[in-house]
Every structure is written in C-alpha cells, then in structure tokens.
Design a protein around this ligand. Structure first.
Ligand code: NAD
Length: 316
C-alpha cells in the first residue's frame, strides 16, 4: 500500500536524511508543505486532501481542519507539545495523534541550563559590549548552592534537575501528577507556593493545558524573591506576559530567560525591550541530534499506525 504523507514541519529531516529514509523505504508518497510563511487552516486543508498521515510542527490542527480531511488517519507531532491540536475532535473522528516524547528532552534540558547561566551572568549584554569595543564587569550570580524550583517534573524537568544537581543546586519541584515515591532522592517534591517563595531560579516544564495556562501571573510573580530569575522553555502561554513585563520593570523579580512566547515570533513584544530578559527563538529542541531522533520517531509513528500497529507514543 502506497501511503500519502504530508510533512508540515520546518525542521523534519533538516539535519540528516534518516527521517526521510524511513518514509522513502516504506514507499510513501511525500508531500512537503512550504513552511516559510504562517500555516493557515485553509492552506492546511488544501494540503491534507487525500493524505493518509501527517507529520506536523506547530500548525493549527483544529476541529475545522480535521472535519475537512476525511482521509486523514494519523498525525504525529514533530516534537512533544500537542496543545495546538484539538485532541477531542481527533478522538471523535478516530484520528490517531502521536508525539515524540523522550526524543528531544536532553536538548531542551541543556538549553534550560544555558539560559539560566546566560541570564545570571548577562551573557548577551556583555557579548554586545565587547563586540562594540567596550569592556566591563557586570556582577552576576552563581548557580552553585542556589535553589532551583521546577514547575513540572516530567522528562525535561528531570533532565534539568539532573544537570542542576551537578552544580550542587538544591532542587525543589512542583508537579501535582507525580507521586513522591517516583521522585529521585535529591529532588524535593513541594507545593507550588514553596517553589515560588524559595527558589532562586524557577524553571517551567509543565504541559500546557487549561489548568496551566497563565499559571505564572501577577500573584505568582509577586510571591517570588526579588532576586529570582524565571526561565521558560516549555510553552509561552504558561506565563501571563503582561504580568511578567510589569514584574520585570518594577524589579519584583531579577530577570527572565525565554525560549517560548504567547505569540511566536514575539514581534513587538515589550519584553524584547528589557535588558533583564534573555530570549531565544524556540530552539529548545533544535540540535542536530534531537532533530534526527524526533524525525525518525515521527515518521515511524505515522507508518506504524497506518500499518495497523501502535505509534511510539499515542496521545489519543
Ligand atoms: P512531560 O509530559 O514529560 O512532562 C510534563 C509534566 O508537566 C508532567 O510531569 C505533568 O505531570 C506536569 N504537569 C501537568 N500539569 C501540571 C501542573 N498543573 N503543574 C505542574 N506540573 C504539571 O513533557 P516534557 O517532554 O518534559 O515537556 C515539558 C514541556 O516542555 C512541555 O510544555 C512541552 O511542550 C515543552 N517543550 C518545549 C520544547 C522547546 O523547544 N522549547 C521542546 C519540547 C518540549
């Protein structure tokens, strides 16, 4: 059987041919979407006609889109977050939704530590300073012996904890869905409030859901230490960006390092004007190693499902 597969992800197979090989070796007909401009529902519907399976990035896989694509049987997220996919609509139509859990967490954990050091030592500003012919000594902060507060103790949260323990950090974590007996000895599972009040670095690693949307708002920022830093490599909507801006200009917290935003790219966001903010363009999973692993897993997710089996990770 020759399957028709849509690839609507910017980075699928961009660092190695292996993900493409998986599809080609199975004799698939591959349709590659132009990802240079924003994907609309209408364009997605057009591309998905007569398609059996799709590998997607952050594109609007809505009820409306699925309603107009009767052939679609399986969608694999080229990554982990599926908050842009209407899971209820997919389940109602029997469309399998899969993701690539565990394939990119090491890369995101690495970047999180990188952002922590970057904001604590103000690396981007001093880089600009030296390039501009200047010299100077900004007094930063150490990670050593400080308290890290993790919000969300899944794969990435645990990866960050493991790295932070190497810096002799004290690691607190809040995750209402994790049982204490399943937590490593060096990590203290505590309340949300305790993380907010005691952490020097708060790093977000929770899934985005209606429950977690804007879980960091004005009240939570107010509860944090004035010397604390907020790092978000999870999803932009976990944070109320207006409240974050206010907290940063009023020095309620020391700084923030962000890889993800409410709107991506965050064009025109006032956060980009602040000196105490470090920003990266949603590159958490963008390493050569991770892009290859995720691509292979996404391709296998789609093929396994079409061939009557189960994907590596089935969401619905
Ligand atoms: P995961 O599913 O392994 O972990 C998510 C954790 O969030 C789970 O342990 C879950 O119990 C917890 N959680 C759910 N609701 C919560 C709540 N109300 N409070 C606290 N914790 C809660 O997922 P993961 O692979 O570790 O991904 C973590 C986050 O990183 C997700 O938001 C994902 O979308 C994001 N992510 C970002 C990038 C990037 O490029 N920046 C790449 C991959 C994943």
């Amino acid at each position: 059987m020759r399957y028709r597969i849509l690839v609507a992800s910017r980075s699928f197979g961009s660092t190695s041919s292996k993900p493409w090989d998986v599809l080609n070796q199975a004799g698939c007909e591959i349709l590659q979407a132009d990802m240079t401009h924003k994907m609309t529902e209408e364009r997605l519907i057009e591309l998905l006609q007569d398609v059996d399976g799709a590998i997607i990035g952050v594109v609007p896989m809505t009820d409306y889109v699925m309603d107009h694509c009767p052939n679609l049987k399986v969608v694999s997220m080229h990554g982990v977050g599926v908050d842009h996919i209407d899971l209820t609509a997919a389940a109602q139509r029997g469309i399998v939704i899969a993701n690539c859990l565990g394939a990119n967490d090491q890369s995101v954990a690495d970047l999180t530590i990188g952002l922590m050091i970057s904001i604590a030592r103000d690396i981007p500003s001093v880089d600009r300073l030296v390039r501009g012919g200047g010299w100077g000594a900004y007094e930063g902060h150490e990670l050593w012996n400080k308290t890290l507060g993790l919000i969300g103790l899944g794969r990435i949260g645990r990866g960050v904890a493991k790295r932070a323990l190497g810096f002799d950090m004290k690691v607190l974590a809040y995750d209402p869905y994790v049982q204490p007996e399943n937590v490593e000895q060096d990590i203290s599972l505590v309340s949300f409030d305790k993380v907010l009040r005691e952490a020097d670095y708060i790093s977000l690693h929770a899934t985005l859901s209606e429950e977690t949307r804007h879980m960091i708002g004005a009240a939570q920022l107010q509860a944090m230490k004035p010397t604390a830093y907020l790092i978000n490599t999870a999803r932009g909507a976990l944070v109320d960006e207006e409240a974050l801006y206010t907290a940063l200009i009023n020095k309620q917290i020391s700084g923030a390092a962000l890889d993800v935003y409410n709107d991506e790219p965050p064009k025109g966001s006032p956060l980009l004007q602040l000196e105490n903010v470090v920003v990266t363009p949603h590159i958490g999973a963008h390493t050569r190693e991770s892009i290859e692993r995720v691509g292979v897993m996404a391709a296998e997710n789609v093929l396994r499902t079409l061939q009557g089996g189960q994907p590596h990770y089935r969401v619905v």
